[in-house]
Write a protein that binds this ligand. Structure first.
Ligand SMILES: *Cc1c(COP(=O)(O)O)cnc(C)c1O
Length: 421
């Protein structure tokens, strides 16, 4: 089995753990930066190209600041995500507000920040008019229904709750134009964690052709299309990352053959990737508490699915390295578990690993997106710290671990004394 790379050695990790109790997520600044630069470079042929980092993947302002320095905006879908962007000075059209089932307060804040709103439904047009007002620039989210296949995480488009139908896009654009909008974009998000590079070229082609149809039917020249996120990452060591240069070339071919001849150039290409930006560059570090031998062998960690829920929620594979035992034979079959009183609380099932002992340091890979952010407090588990490994080797805490006081903080303990039963 090929091993996956780590940005620290065993002895470096031992030093980090001496200062920061496990479990924690640690992110690799240098790798995130280089990856962001690779994406921008790959799409530099498109003058308006912009990546709006999906904040939900890793909602930490240190990371947002780092990505802002590479020219990224943010893709927000809630009020706190808008506020996180504002905290690091990301405002205006550097924010794409792609939400659904949106409360009024969120539209109002998005309008206050002059964020570009990506509307999820035709009924949101009058709702937005009343709550924040119709902006000059607006994007519509397209759901292609049966014409496209979805993915395991997103489901089939025609079953999904997102977006406008095609006919609604035409009606919606007409309504918005009548209400005063002047600049328009089209968005779609169909698949998540997709590793087939042709998928993204196909999505871009679908939106390019739609842009041509919109121009023909409504006389509206779109300003941008947003193929959103969904670029997968190689969670398994034998998988390969999506070749961004290949995706870019394929999309450029479609741009040259569809957009340019129809007089729609310049059309900006936007993305809202989360997973592929930070996912591979985060690691959940945990210590083995117990080895339990019953019908199966169980490794009990000091982390649980509250720290990383993808394996339990999606049956997702996350590679595991037992530190300082990389070169030992991987010939013991373990379930790697957490301490939740839930049988699904497992990071790995029937995984072949080296012989493990209590005290071993375990690294769970690819937790830089949809990792810490999906955490929760069930079983009164407290969320872990987040650390950043800087380019110079320094480690900084970018979020402390939750404390019992944090957990108790939302309880109305003042009224408990007077609560007579
Ligand atoms: C979740 C989400 C993304 C990011 O998805 P990834 O799979 O992390 O790339 C982008 N856009 C929208 C609207 C989303 O909901």
């Amino acid at each position: 089995m090929p091993e996956k790379k780590l940005p620290f050695t065993y002895s470096q990790l031992v030093k980090i753990v001496a200062d920061h109790a496990t479990p924690f997520h640690i992110y690799d600044e240098k790798a995130i930066k280089e990856n962001a630069q690779r994406l921008n470079k790959a799409f530099s042929w498109n003058k308006g190209f912009k990546e709006y980092f999906a904040v939900k993947a890793l909602p930490n302002p240190f990371i947002l600041k780092l990505l802002k320095s590479e020219g990224f905006g943010t893709d927000c879908s809630s009020l706190p995500e808008l506020l996180l962007s504002e905290k690091v000075g990301i405002t205006g059209e550097d924010i794409m507000f792609s939400s659904n089932d949106t409360p009024a307060s969120e539209f109002i804040k998005a309008r206050e920040l002059n964020a570009t709103i990506n509307l999820d439904d035709i009924s949101h047009i009058p709702f937005l008019k009343q709550n924040g007002g119709i902006p000059e620039i607006i994007s519509l989210r397209y759901n292609p229904g049966k014409t496209r296949e979805g993915s395991f995480i997103m489901g089939a488009p025609e079953e999904a709750k997102y977006g406008f139908t095609k006919e609604q896009i035409f009606r919606g654009l007409t309504q918005l134009k009548d209400l005063g909008s002047k600049r328009f974009g089209l968005h779609t998000f169909i698949a998540s964690n997709e590793l087939n590079p042709d998928y993204f070229a196909h999505t871009a082609e679908m939106l390019f052709l739609f842009a041509v149809e919109i121009k023909g039917k409504l006389g509206i020249s779109l300003e941008f299309v947003n193929i959103s996120g969904g670029i997968g990452i190689p969670y398994r060591p034998e998988q390969k990352p999506v070749d961004l240069e290949y995706v870019s070339r394929k999309i450029k071919d479609k741009y040259d053959s569809i957009i340019i001849p129809h007089g729609l150039d310049p059309l900006a290409l936007f993305m809202e990737c989360g997973r592929m930006i930070t996912g591979p560059y985060g690691y959940l570090v945990s210590t083995v508490l117990h080895i339990k031998n019953i019908y199966k062998k169980h490794v009990g960690l000091d982390a649980c699915m509250a720290n990383l829920m993808r394996p339990a929620m999606y049956g997702a594979y996350h590679h595991i390295t037992v530190m300082n035992k990389e070169n030992l034979p991987h010939d013991v079959v373990y379930d790697v578990t957490g301490s939740l009183c839930e049988p699904i609380d497992r990071f790995a099932i029937d995984r072949k690993l080296p012989e493990i002992e209590p005290g071993d340091l375990i690294v769970i890979h690819d937790t830089g997106a949809h990792g810490h952010s999906m955490g929760f407090n069930y079983n009164a588990k407290l969320r872990s710290a987040e650390l950043l490994l800087r380019e110079n080797g320094e480690v900084i805490e970018i979020r402390r671990a939750e404390t019992i006081d944090d957990y108790f903080g939302t309880l109305n303990l003042n009224a408990l004394q007077g609560f007579i039963v």
